[in-house]
Design a protein around this ligand. Structure first.
Ligand SMILES: Cc1cc2nc3c(=O)[nH]c(=O)nc-3n(C[C@H](O)[C@H](O)[C@H](O)COP(=O)(O)OP(=O)(O)OC[C@H]3O[C@@H](n4cnc5c(N)ncnc54)[C@H](O)[C@@H]3O)c2cc1C
Length: 469
């Protein structure tokens, strides 16, 4: 027998590790491990997604006479135990690139080798593995545009088939534990449906039309112009090759150059995901440390009240609050708004990006260490390609530009349902009595943006050793 250890590849098609296991001719035992060390870093919304996805994967196997074994415990103990109990000769898995995952995999590999069981790992989660797209000097790019040019021009692998029923071992697993049995509360957000069928349906829908408007609509949160594939890419319910092939077919079917360009723009976002995977693979410490250092430490503020208002979506900056409330209710936030709320935390409140990362990590259904750290360090002006410290997003202007009718804001901030777009975007300029009359339950801005902008620039100049003081 041969074990395929599923991790962030909760699918059967376009799964290179699983296909490799099936190609050996030995019966395949699919395994997932609920590892307490990994669960420690998880959150209710993500575990809810995971459990749904595991149930989906299990039914796929059961429908074909196999089963998904779901075991609990430290992977380095459980994987060899399961493999030995089934007389497996080999365990196969798909590579994961975060520091924590690689540490776990090293321990599992060592334990399996000690037990005399072979191991094999395959690159699957991204098209081009870390170390395969490099500048002349160095092991990875720090500037996305250079990475993108190479990524775009490289040949892509094609999707592999799912295993046949005859490839599967005749095994049967224990019931999958519930959220409560794993020690998690019900999530506050409604988790997205993260199954293989839901992923395929979304890809098909998106690539049959919305992808052609993506470039024009992707920055407008009320337009729902993005794919919302992030939870699927996070859990691997869709494979990168299958998705890319669908985008290529969309490009072939494009009727105008603009449509083709729009598909390209979407592919460019997929490349950002791979760029950040490379950055994290070579800089695992950046989960907690700045990617780009300044001469001195940045003296972030300790502001528990500001942090709480930001988390609650009660900063008095409507677009920021709308985003933070979308995160609470949906476990997802639009990219433009992620950039805005992250800028607000790090620049207007001058709170350490790590506090924001930590909140996103707990609240996002699509939390992906590489993308999340990448996004936060970008916003906090400490990352690769980071937003320059002196370019501070103005939340009112951004609201006016990207949510001109305040539709997105009204959707998520019901207190402002009866206010006009002008009143909403000019909230900071209204008299207290006007604000009280329009939306009694909604706060006045907790900080003055213009003042905070100056102070934030000063904060970074001090860190650069350039302050006038
Ligand atoms: C502060 C901050 C935190 C973020 N945290 C995460 C996170 O935890 N997980 C996550 O997947 N993305 C994260 N992003 C990136 C981006 O916001 C989301 O990928 C995107 O909003 C997901 O929605 P979508 O699937 O509709 O995106 P689409 O626009 O449809 O893009 C398709 C896919 O491309 C990838 N992608 C798009 N934009 C980016 C980007 N800027 N960086 C990396 N990959 C990208 C994602 O896999 C996404 O699903 C973060 C961005 C910021 C600014």
């Amino acid at each position: 027998m041969i074990v395929h250890w599923h991790r962030r590849d909760l699918r059967t098609t376009d799964n290179r590790g699983l296909a490799r296991a099936a190609s050996t001719g030995e019966p395949v035992v699919p395994l997932f491990v609920l590892d307490p060390t990994v669960l420690e870093h998880a959150s209710p919304v993500r575990v809810a997604c995971l459990l749904e996805s595991l149930a989906d994967l299990r039914s796929w196997y059961r429908d074909r006479g196999g089963d998904l074994l779901v075991a609990r415990g430290e992977a380095s103990g459980v994987v060899p135990q399961v493999a030995a109990a089934r007389d497996a000769t080999r365990v196969v898995w798909n590579e994961d690139y975060s520091g924590l995952a690689r540490e776990r995999d090293r321990a599992v590999r060592a334990a399996l080798e000690e037990a005399g069981i072979a191991t094999e790992s395959v690159h699957d989660a991204i098209h081009h593995e870390p170390g395969s797209i490099t500048p002349n000097q160095g092991d990875h790019y720090s500037v996305f545009s250079y990475f993108w040019k190479k990524w775009r021009d490289r040949d892509k692998r094609v999707a592999v088939d799912e295993p046949a029923a005859a490839d599967l071992a005749d095994v049967s697993g224990e019931p999958i534990p519930s959220l409560a049995e794993l020690g998690f509360d019900e999530p506050e957000a409604t988790p997205p449906t993260v199954t293989m069928a839901a992923a395929r349906e979304r890809v098909a829908d998106f690539c049959s039309g919305p992808i052609y408007d993506y470039a024009d609509r992707r920055d407008y949160p009320a337009a729902s112009g993005t794919s919302r594939l992030s939870p699927h890419l996070k859990w691997g319910t869709i494979g990168p090759r299958e998705l890319y092939a669908a985008t290529e077919r969309a490009a072939e079917g494009a009727s105008t150059d603009d449509d083709r360009e729009s598909v390209r723009e979407f592919q460019r976002q997929l490349a950002w995901r791979e760029f950040y995977a490379h950055v994290l693979a070579f800089n695992p410490e950046t989960v907690t440390e700045n990617f780009s250092g300044y001469e001195h430490e940045i003296e972030w503020r300790d502001d528990p009240d500001g942090l709480e208002a930001w988390q609650a979506g009660k900063t008095g900056y409507p677009i920021v609050d709308a985003g933070m409330r979308q995160l609470r209710t949906e476990g997802w936030m639009h990219n433009r708004v992620r950039m805005l709320v992250a800028s607000f935390l790090t620049k207007d409140l001058m709170i350490d990006w790590r506090r924001g990362y930590d909140w996103f990590r707990r609240r996002l259904a699509d939390h992906d260490t590489a993308n999340d750290v990448g996004g936060w360090q970008w916003a906090g002006s400490t990352g690769t390609d980071a937003q320059p410290y002196f370019r501070v997003f103005n939340p009112m202007k951004q609201g006016r530009e990207y949510d001109p009718d305040a539709e997105y804001i009204r959707d998520h901030v019901p207190e402002l349902a009866d206010a006009t777009a002008d009143e909403i975007h000019g909230w900071h300029e209204l008299e207290p009595a006007q604000r009280e009359r329009l939306a009694p339950g909604y706060p006045a801005p907790i900080v003055d943006h213009a003042e905070r902008r100056e102070q934030a620039i000063e904060l970074f100049e001090q860190a650069r050793g350039e302050s006038s003081d």
